[in-house]
Design a protein around this ligand. Structure first.
Ligand code: ADP
Ligand code: MG
Length: 284
């Protein structure tokens, strides 16, 4: 297959939107699969108690399975929770189990409650290097539809936020609250945090509404919005019940091709920026 450009350092993206059902999980797992098909090493952290990303990747996440809950609340080594995706050997996942549903409250009384995921991931990435294991190129963190401590932990962990926006009524409603939260985290906990990427999901180009929403998003967030929009496609919604991403479930479907192209674009945009920064810093 095609080889995508490896980023200079591990890119960590939090997939967030406090609205439910906008395509966060679908985007997390299918972009991850797309990046992995492009030859990159990808880690998905399922940070949502629903565990939908784990399901979609075919990862065991029955209650009691070592998971992100153990990392966040029990100080477990992340390495002890990582599973490899059965279909895609260079895609790994830290699963979420139902235990995570209590974590939002349990975290409140723990020290360093906002930085637990970051520390655990930093340690894990360093361990891999020490052990001579292949470097992780991309980490994608799937978040619950809320802006509580689980999402805050994700925002503290990575530099980049990816916001999926569903092309429907009220798409932009609530976005200002999300942006305010990001600003607050940036001011107090993670100065590098920024919205790097916006992805239009469930796009139906036949409707005026979808066209209008897409135009409005591109007007406000022209630089961040990927050119590729993800079409509404029944194959995308069927894939999780087979424990697969749409890229393996139906590789030639419009949804699979769109997610692969979005992954390509994501990797490419960063490569462009790396090159620009390199030139600016006086490199060749
Ligand atoms: P979130 O994680 O934001 O709650 P999901 O990714 O679970 O949202 O998506 C919500 C629902 O929409 C799911 O049933 C999913 O299968 C479906 N869905 C997401 N993207 C598409 C798409 N491109 N085409 C069709 N259905 C989709
Ligand atoms: Mg979800």
């Amino acid at each position: 297959g095609r080889q995508f450009e490896r980023p200079a350092t591990t890119r960590i993206l939090t997939v967030a939107n406090q609205k439910g059902g906008v395509g966060k999980t679908t985007t997390t797992v299918n972009l991850a699969a797309g990046l992995a098909q492009g030859g990159l090493n990808v880690l998905v952290i399922d940070n949502d108690p629903q565990g939908n990303a784990s399901t979609a990747l075919g990862i065991d996440h029955r209650s009691g399975t070592p998971s992100v809950y153990d990392v966040l609340v029990e100080d477990a080594d992340m390495a002890s929770t990582v599973q490899v995706c059965p279909d895609i050997p260079n895609l790994w996942c830290v699963p979420a189990t139902i235990d995570l549903s209590g974590a939002e409250i349990e975290l409140v009384s723990l020290v360093s409650r906002e930085t637990r995921l970051r520390r655990a991931l930093d340690t894990y990435l360093a361990q891999r290097v020490e052990r001579g294991e292949p470097r992780i190129d991309y980490v994608l963190v799937d978040c619950p539809p809320s802006l509580g401590l689980l999402t805050v932990n994700a925002f503290v962990t990575g530099r980049e936020v990816l916001i999926p926006i569903q092309c429907e009524y009220y798409a932009l409603e609530g976005l200002s609250q999300l942006l305010k939260t990001i600003q607050m985290i940036q001011a107090h906990l993670n100065p590098e945090l920024h919205v790097s990427t916006i992805l239009l999901t469930m796009f139906d180009g036949r409707t005026n509404l979808a066209q209008q929403v897409a135009a409005e998003v591109r007007e406000h967030f022209g630089e961040q919005t990927l050119r590729t929009a993800i079409p509404r496609s029944v194959r995308v919604s069927e894939a999780p019940s087979h424990g697969q991403t749409v890229l393996t479930y139906d590789p030639n479907s419009t949804g699979a091709l769109a997610y692969l192209e979005a992954a390509n674009e994501l990797s490419q945009r960063h490569a462009d920026r790396d090159a620009a920064a390199h030139a600016r810093d006086g490199g060749a």
